[in-house]
Design a protein around this ligand. Sequence first.
Ligand SMILES: [Zn+2]
Length: 167
Amino acid sequence: MNLCQKCKQEKELFSKKLCSSCLLIVLEKRIKKSVKEQGGLKREEKIRLLINDSVESKVTEYFLEKIYSNLKLKINIENDEYDKTILPFSSEKIIDAFLKTIFNNELFKQKKQIIFLESLTMEELKDVAEIKKLNGTIKNYELLDKIEKDYPGSKHSLLKSIKILEN
Ligand SMILES: [Zn+2]
């Protein structure tokens, strides 16, 4: 029997053995916490949202609307006037970007930016895309996945180290 670990009902299960509705609730909570830790979003703030055709981008747009529509954020993708930048990065993307910019650490020096999907993995992003029928290109981080497979917990440790270096 496939029982969701949260609601204990028999349903189709996604990452972490959760059904679609429980998974979305868990991820929403995690995003809220992580956005708050990064300074949070305020009412009617001008947001520069970096978008592309990636699944990260689509999932970011989905959760931004779902969680923060009450803030009436002024989201633009071109205008140069903004209070904050939102980057649609998953945890893998952060590690990948960090390793690539390790000698030229521009990305992580910028203040007033929120890495929206920092607390989500690609696996979870793919689940959300499937549940919500969001089409976006999926980048695979093969090396990272291999390291994680051989040494479980590596992604989490790397992300933690990067966050310490940031401060
Ligand atoms: Zn459930």
